[in-house]
Design a protein around this ligand. Structure first.
Ligand SMILES: NC(=O)c1ccc[n+]([C@@H]2O[C@H](COP(=O)([O-])OP(=O)(O)OC[C@H]3O[C@@H](n4cnc5c(N)ncnc54)[C@H](O)[C@@H]3O)[C@@H](O)[C@H]2O)c1
Length: 260
């Protein structure tokens, strides 16, 4: 029996470790029948190439720093090199965020310096637009773009300027949904609960959030299991959400719906 992504070609941007949400997404996507490409940037690229071998099918690894205009401009050609000159994409996963933990996170909100805030917003929010634009020529008949957020409707301990960047990401996804809907491109986010990944470990004090999450979530919460989040991303990439865009799907054990 075919999976829900049978025949689809998906780019997952932001895979470093096998703990990365992007890794779990690539795995579930392959299990569901997709042809997957993954990408990462800079020094972490070497780790990505090694980790790629742990996926059911070793995917091509592309170099993409979302702050590098040349990388963005060359992305469509990189994809075509691997998938064929006439090939396109059916889906793109944005699983990318960065904020300097020393200056912006873990109680540094009131002193966050602008150049670091600008970098966090560029890498974590603006890049949803620039990555989508870079992939747009590959999706002439429509497609699905999915990003990852951490609920930006409230203030959290420790999350600080990354929370502001996520608020920007959430808004960015709605404007993209507005502008690309007429082309059949859907843009949605998955709002995940705290997961033990490289990015989360870099946030001083984030582990305090993790402990109370499992207590307060009606379904409980396993912060070492990236699969529920990956499955939701894959569902949004599939044809099972054809009339959904500008949406944020919570995959958090139900935490967001509880008052106390
Ligand atoms: N871990 C959590 O608790 C959690 C919760 C909700 C949402 N998220 C979001 O999920 C997404 C994936 O994060 P993760 O937790 O899997 O951590 P991760 O560290 O495994 O993934 C983040 C990825 O972003 C990449 N990246 C950073 N700067 C980049 C740049 N300039 N260009 C290209 N790639 C760049 C990193 O190399 C890395 O692969 C992020 O958007 C994160 O904010 C994470």
């Amino acid at each position: 029996m075919g999976g829900i992504l049978e025949g689809k070609r998906i780019l997952v941007a932001g895979v470093t470790m096998d703990s990365s949400i992007g890794f779990a997404t690539a795995k579930v996507a392959q299990e569901q029948g997709a042809t997957v490409l993954i990408s990462n940037f800079g020094r972490a690229l070497g780790i990505t190439r090694r980790i790629a071998r742990r996926l059911p099918v070793e995917p091509p690894v592309l170099e993409l720093d979302v702050t590098d205009e040349e990388h963005l401009a060359g992305l469509a050609d990189q994809v075509r090199e691997h998938l064929g000159p006439d090939a396109g994409l059916d889906g793109v996963v944005h699983s990318i965020a960065y904020g300097n933990p020393e200056t912006l996170l873990g109680g540094k909100f009131l002193t966050g310096p602008w150049p670091d805030v600008a970098q966090a917003v560029q890498v974590s929010a603006y890049s949803l637009m620039s990555l989508t634009q870079a992939c747009r020529p590959l999706m002439p008949g429509g497609g699905s773009v999915v990003g990852l957020t951490f609920d930006a409707t409230v203030a959290w301990p420790a999350y600080d300027w990354m929370g502001v960047a996520k608020a920007g990401l959430e808004s960015c996804s709605r404007y993209l949904a507005r502008d690309l809907g007429p082309e059949g491109i859907r843009v949605n986010l998955v709002s995940a609960g705290p997961l033990k990944t490289l990015a989360a470990k870099a946030i001083p004090g984030f582990e305090d959030l993790e402990a109370m999450w499992s207590d307060r979530s009606p379904l409980g919460w396993d912060n070492t299991d990236q699969t529920p989040t990956a499955k939701a991303v894959c569902a949004l990439l599939s044809d099972f959400f054809p009339a959904t865009t500008g949406e944020i799907v919570h995959v958090d054990g139900g935490f967001h719906a509880m008052g106390a």
